[in-house]
Write a protein that binds this ligand. Sequence first.
Ligand code: C2E
Ligand code: MG
Ligand code: MG
Ligand code: MG
Length: 284
Amino acid sequence: NADAAKSRAKEFGRDNFQFYAPEFNSSAHEKFLLQGELRNALARSEFALLYQPQVDLRSGQIVAVEALVRWNHPARGLVSPMTFIPTAEETGLIVPIGDWILHEACRQNKAWQRAGLPPVTVCVNVSARQFREKNLIDRVVNALKESGLEARYLELEVTESLIMQDFELAVATMNGLQGLGVQISIDDFGTGYSSLSALKTFPVQRLKIDKSFIDDLATDENDQAVTSAVISLGQKLNLRVLAEGVETDDQVAFLRKNNCDEMQGNYFSKPLSAGDLGKLIAKG
Ligand code: C2E
Ligand code: MG
Ligand code: MG
Ligand code: MG
């Protein structure tokens, strides 16, 4: 059920960062420190983006890359987005930080194209707070203009809960984005609460099945049932379906057998620096 999926998603989040330097813990004092340091982090250019490839399961080609933010904290080392995005959201700092992410991701994607690499889509995570900003569409237009990136090479990732928080506003914003030619996908699909009837009205192109359903795909019949059902749902609604967090041969075999379109995960590649990702795209 949804609660179990959510708690598994959280566990996954924790596991995912075991290799990072000690994080801010959750005491009020630590949170206060985090806010203060976040305020300065943009001015000090402490954020960086990594890019994780998304691969077409039929052709094996890299079709897109997801931009994933990292905070190079001068004392604490690399801080995970799971640690600072929630505080950035609460304080509204996600708006300027998110703007920087959007501009940087578009700039980098255009730079790969200018270097002669085969074009890919860059996917940028957008948080609820950013999505509620009245001028989100203007911000996206600016990032595209400034970078020279064509809209079709930008995709925004939103979650079901973001959409359901204010359904009508979200659909209107998504329609506006689609009018620009920007693509939209639903991230962490299956962990939120969107209804199937709502789903068919979302102007989105792609579903990303949450990693919590993929982890035990080789052995867990419930996860197999959910995953194959989401894949057929996507096919019937004319949406592409991507599996997140793919790590093993068995998972890939299941996804291929069930006609999943795309995968992302450490099986193919972990998130890479822009330079390393460029080399990987160049190799084809
Ligand atoms: P997400 O958007 O669902 O991103 C996928 C996460 O799964 C990434 O964690 C990625 O590194 C991790 N991952 C991918 N494949 C594997 C795998 O095979 N095994 C394991 N163990 N992990 C895998 P990351 O980069 O730490 O990001 C965590 C979350 O933080 C993201 O989840 C997203 O919700 C948020 N986030 C990251 N970057 C941004 C950003 O630029 N803006 C916003 N608003 N949120 C972001
Ligand atoms: Mg994402
Ligand atoms: Mg996800
Ligand atoms: Mg997520």
